[in-house]
Design a protein around this ligand. Structure first.
Ligand code: SF4
Length: 337
């Protein structure tokens, strides 16, 4: 098992595993995007897997690499094929039009919509139809030490996930112990929630990054979901956040500019490691308030530095490039079909 602070390291390894191996015990036919720590105001999931329509995902690239927030989505999804005054073209948003104008300017600055001025009026035209790229959302809660009390503590959150049906499927991922999951433990979790037992054993490559299904989840999408516009809107907003951030964005809150920050390879994943603490640090402790923080020496920035040990800029660039590369790969994979 990953020799670090259990939950954060495990979470990153689950994300990497899902990126390569989703869906478990089945062939991949959809394109897959993985993100972490996403959700709603009430509920945040550890890992989010988007199953995407491959052609739709390729078409989504037209609108840029960054996420489209709810205001931008309102503009790009409703922008007309031909020039039109924005107030005629867009449905009333339910809030003042001046906010829509701001969103139009933001969208235009990102080349996600075209604008022109006719007298006092701003006209808009779409650059392309916003594609229907999202198929399913899968939520995964990571609990490396899933014992009966952890299962009980989780169960009300998971019941909430099942009831709200924002995700189509809900799973708990736990570390494989080699034993069958205790039946009593299954009783403590909602029956609709799937259980994955994963093994990340760096010392034994043949068992590295393997995953087994202990219990299959039920599809929690309500049957009349297609009619539920509000739910679809919230799902798309969530999917856009996942698209823009991926799961490697931890470098945005952690301190890769600290001289002790390293990325270490574990199996097929790179995970953060703190040289001062000699262990994997959590995202929360690797922050500006960390007592052991030391800025990387300026000299480091003047020469090429290997992945391990910094410097921060190189690490950030590496993680960003990996995210882009994976997204491109998912688009291309399906282009060959
Ligand atoms: S010393 Fe603190 S800030 Fe530096 S890498 Fe370790 S945990 Fe992060």
């Amino acid at each position: 098992m990953y020799p670090g602070t259990a939950e954060f390291g495990f979470e990153l390894l689950v994300c990497r595993w899902a990126e390569e191996s989703w869906p478990p015990e089945d062939e991949r036919s959809d394109a897959v995007i993985v993100a972490r720590q996403l959700g709603t105001r009430r509920r945040r999931w550890d890992t989010v897997v988007l199953e995407c329509d491959p052609a739709g995902l390729r078409a989504r690239r037209e609108f840029g690499e960054r996420e489209l927030d709810s205001d931008l989505l309102h503009v790009v999804r409703n922008a007309p094929a031909e020039w039109e005054w924005y107030r005629d073209a867009l449905p009333h948003p339910g809030y003042p039009w001046r906010y829509v104008r701001e969103a139009i300017h933001r969208a235009a600055a990102r080349d996600a919509v075209e604008t022109r001025r006719r007298g006092n009026r701003i006209e808009i035209r779409r650059i392309a139809p916003y594609p229907d790229w999202l198929r399913r959302i899968v939520a995964i809660e990571n609990k490396p030490d899933l014992d009966a009390s952890a299962a009980r503590a989780l169960s009300s959150q998971l019941e909430h996930d099942v009831e709200t049906a924002l995700a189509d499927e809900v799973w708990v991922a736990t570390e494989a112990t080699g034993r069958r999951i205790e039946p009593a433990l299954l009783e403590d979790l909602p029956v609709d929630v799937g259980i994955l037992a994963l093994s990340f054993d760096d010392a034994n490559p043949s068992t590295a990054d393997t995953g087994g299904v202990e219990w299959y989840p039920s599809e929690v999408t309500p049957p009349d979901a297609a009619a539920d516009e509000e739910r679809q809107r919230r799902r798309l907003e969530l999917a856009e956040r996942a698209y823009g951030r991926g799961w490697r964005s931890y470098h945005e809150t952690m301190r890769p500019d600290c001289r002790h920050f390293e990325l270490r390879r574990f199996g097929r994943a790179l995970v953060p490691y703190c040289g001062a603490k000699r262990r994997s640090q959590t995202a929360a402790e690797c922050a500006g308030s960390c007592e052991r923080f030391e800025p990387e020496p300026p000299l480091w920035r003047t020469r090429g530095w290997p992945i391990e040990g910094g410097p921060g800029k190189g690490i950030k660039g590496l993680l960003r490039r990996r995210r882009e590369w994976i997204r491109d790969r998912e688009c291309e994979r399906v282009g060959e079909e």
